[in-house]
Design a protein around this ligand. Sequence first.
Ligand SMILES: Cc1cc2nc3c(=O)[nH]c(=O)nc-3n(C[C@H](O)[C@H](O)[C@H](O)COP(=O)(O)O)c2cc1C
Length: 366
Amino acid sequence: MNTDSLFKPFSLKTLNTKNRIVMAPMTRSFSPGGVPTDAVAEYYAKRAAGQVGLILSEGTVINRPSSSADPNIPHFYGDQALAGWQKVINDVHAAGAQMGPQIWHQGVMENHASGWLPATPFEGPSALQRPGFENGIPMTDAAIADTIAAFGQAAADAKALGYDTVEIHGAHQYLIDQFFWDATNTRTDIYGGKTLSERTRFAVEVIKEVRKRVGEDFALIIRLSQFKPAAYDFKLAKNESEMEQWLTPLVDAGIDILHCSQRRFWEPEFEGSDLNFAGWAKKITGKATITVGSVGLDGDFFGAFAGQSSQPSSLEELVRRMDRGDFDLVAVGRPLLSDANWVEKIKNNHLDELKGFSKEALAELV
Ligand SMILES: Cc1cc2nc3c(=O)[nH]c(=O)nc-3n(C[C@H](O)[C@H](O)[C@H](O)COP(=O)(O)O)c2cc1C
């Protein structure tokens, strides 16, 4: 199969990647006390050496007292954690890839299985983590302002450490997405509202602050998802016009690249067209997009969390859409967990050596 279109370089502001393949952000929880260890640096550097063009880090949390529900998720603040991230980017650059941290606030969460809790209650637009389940407190104006500033600081620190981009985590029912979703954003102030476009206000303020801190020339990505882990088939934007209401304010605030999270990239977003989320996002905004979701695998990532394995699958449909210009970049998650050399194998057409994904890959950093 001809995969040449996946191996063309890509340039946008500070991004200059050797191919179109992005390592998807994947939480590993191997950073005790929030500090990425040398093993974390080695893990990312191996993917860089294995020819990934752009690495997006696992979600790494900003400087707010309850931004994380897990003590082993890395921080993107504090001298020790930032020294860990300095080593990561130095090693990744030395191995030939570009990289950006995915900056994250988890919002209202379920308690961690270990019983560990942050110093202060979880916070979000309301107390709700999902309909019918409260596990936090609604953010005050002061908390909102400080959170926006903390996103800006994390982005400024990423740039200062030498990272090539930053991805704001606006997907998967975490803080920013909790503001998008009317089931969790029940506010009656300026951060709430009946329309999706009104509920983009928090994200818009985060993006503007981040843009102010990193400057115009720095590539900025946001990750978005229609689905919520609590509602797999949910769509925030139910048609093209609602998607326009959602994405236009984000792009106008300073986003360069929309990272459109789906469980299965081949699933059409709306009836009447086979375009997927990334395809619609590019068509509507004219911005570069990243597609993701079961690339090269026959099972999706929610199955992976339930312990299911997936086998390698053909890249033909992906390449067809790429060649048609639906999206610019392709993120790959689970195949890169078990195999640091997945990209190299695709490039050299060594398809018989692909490993697929099994849950054992989650147990350690290899
Ligand atoms: C172990 C694991 C951890 C993940 N952590 C994150 C995360 O921190 N941030 C995020 O946006 N998505 C996260 N995801 C979702 C992936 O980025 C990706 O969208 C998903 O796995 C689908 O891609 P795949 O089918 O190629 O694995 C995670 C997925 C897995 C399997």
